[in-house]
Design a protein around this ligand. Structure first.
Ligand code: ACO
Length: 325
C-alpha cells in the first residue's frame, strides 16, 4: 500500500461527434448493429487535433484546477498507442508546451491497458523520483482506422484524460494493490500501426493495410471476459479485500457486452460497473481516465471509496489497480 492521492482529474475530447448512423456513408453498417453488439451510440473524432494537442489541453486543465504551477511537476507520463511521432515523445511535447521545466517526460505504450500500467509506473516514480506527477492517457485512434472497414471502424474514438498524483500519506488515499499481465504470444489478435522496414537495403512487401487496426474480435472478447475478472480477483486479494468491498469498477470502455459479462463473472451488481462507452466508444488508453474524471466531476465517486480500475487490450495486455480514492 502506498499513500498516493489522485489530486485532480480532467479530460478533453474533440468537439466533432460522429453518430452511428453517420458511419453508413462510409461503410455498410447500422445503429442497430453497433448498439446491440457494443453499446456504442457515438464517438468523438479529431478534425485535426493531434494526440499532443489533446494531452496538452488536459495538462493545462489539471494545473488550473489544482492551482499548481507547471514547475511543481517532477514527471509527466503519457500512455498512448497513437503518438504524434516516434520521437519526440508526446509527453515531451506536453512538457515543453506547458513549461514544466524540472519534469522529465516520456511515453508508455501498453495499448488499452496503458493508463493502468502508467499508474504502476507513476507509483514507482513517486517513491524514487519526486512527489508530484502527471499521468495522461491520450489517443487519436481515428488515424489508425480504415474508415471503410466496418468490423473495426465503428468501435473506436479519440480523446484524452489524466490525473495529478501526489505523495500524500496523511490524506488517507492510497494505491492498495496492482496486477499486471502481458500475453505477448496473443499479440497478433489485435494490431495497429505496423511500420514497414523499407530502406535502400530492403523492401518490405507487407500489406500496407497493416497500418490500420486489425482485430480478431471474438478472440479479444474471450480474452477480456476471462482475463479481466481473474486480474481483478488477484488484485483485490493482494489488497487484502473481497470483490464485494470494491465500491466501483472502472473498466476499459471497449464494449458494454464485455463490461456486463465481467460483472456477471464477478457476481457483482451491474450498477457498480460505471460506463460511458455509449458516448465515447473505445478510446484505448484514454478510456479509463475519461470515465474516472466524469465520475469524480459528477460526484459519483467520493473520497474514501474503493475503486478497481481495469484495462485490457493490445499486447495482449491486462491490468488492474485497486485504489482507495
Ligand atoms: N455493421 C454491420 N455488420 C457488421 C459490422 C458492422 N459494423 N461488423 C461486422 N459485421 C458483420 C460481420 O461481417 C458478420 O457478418 P457475417 O455473419 O455475414 O459474416 C457479422 O456482422 C458478425 O460479425 P462478428 O465479427 O462475428 O460479430 P461479433 O458478434 O463477434 O461482434 C465485436 C463483433 C463487436 C467486435 C465483438 O467481437 C467484440 O466486441 N469483440 C471485442 C472487441 C474489443 O473489445 N476490442 C477492443 C479491445 S482492445 C482495444 O481496446 C484496442
Amino acid at each position: 500500500m502506498t499513500g498516493i492521492q489522485i489530486v485532480q482529474s480532467a479530460n478533453t475530447v474533440p468537439e466533432r461527434v460522429v453518430l452511428n448512423d453517420e458511419l453508413n456513408a462510409y461503410m455498410e453498417t447500422s445503429d442497430e448493429w453497433i448498439s446491440t453488439r457494443t453499446g456504442i451510440k457515438q464517438r468523438h473524432v479529431s478534425t485535426g487535433q493531434t494526440t499532443s494537442d489533446l494531452c496538452t489541453s488536459v495538462a493545462q486543465k489539471l494545473l488550473n484546477q489544482a492551482g499548481w504551477q507547471a514547475s511543481d511537476l517532477d514527471f509527466i507520463v503519457v500512455a498512448t498507442m497513437s503518438p504524434d511521432y516516434q520521437t519526440p515523445a508526446t509527453a515531451a511535447i506536453v512538457q515543453g508546451r506547458i513549461g514544466a521545466a524540472k519534469a522529465f517526460a516520456f511515453d508508455l505504450n501498453a495499448a488499452c491497458s496503458g493508463f493502468i500500467y502508467g499508474l504502476k509506473v507513476a507509483e514507482g516514480l513517486l517513491q524514487v523520483a519526486g512527489n508530484r506527477g502527471m499521468l495522461i492517457g491520450g489517443e487519436v485512434l481515428s488515424k489508425l482506422i480504415d474508415w471503410h472497414e466496418r468490423s473495426t471502424a465503428v468501435l473506436f474514438g479519440d480523446g484524452a484524460a489524466g490525473v495529478l498524483l501526489a505523495n500524500r500519506a496523511e490524506s488517507g488515499s492510497a494505491f492498495l494493490a496492482t496486477d499486471l499481465q502481458t500475453l505477448g504470444d496473443l499479440g497478433d489478435r489485435l494490431t495497429a500501426g505496423y511500420q514497414p522496414v523499407d530502406s535502400v537495403f530492403t523492401t518490405d512487401a507487407t500489406d500496407a493495410h497493416r497500418r490500420y487496426f486489425e482485430m480478431d474480435g471474438r478472440a479479444v472478447y474471450k480474452f477480456a471476459t476471462h482475463q479481466v475478472p481473474e486480474s481483478i480477483e488477484r488484485a483485490v486479494q493482494k489488497a487484502g479485500l473481497l470483490v464485494q468491498d470494491v465500491d466501483y469498477f472502472i473498466l476499459h470502455q471497449a464494449n458494454q457486452r464485455i463490461i456486463d459479462q465481467i460483472a456477471k463473472r464477478l457476481d457483482q451488481p451491474s450498477d457498480k460497473f460505471l460506463s460511458n462507452v455509449a458516448r465515447f466508444g473505445n478510446t484505448s488508453a484514454a478510456s479509463i481516465p475519461i470515465l474516472l474524471d466524469e465520475v469524480i466531476q459528477d460526484g459519483t465517486l467520493q473520497r474514501g471509496q474503493t475503486i478497481a480500475l481495469s484495462g485490457f487490450g493490445g499486447g495482449l495486455t491486462v491490468g488492474t489497480q485497486i485504489i482507495k480514492y
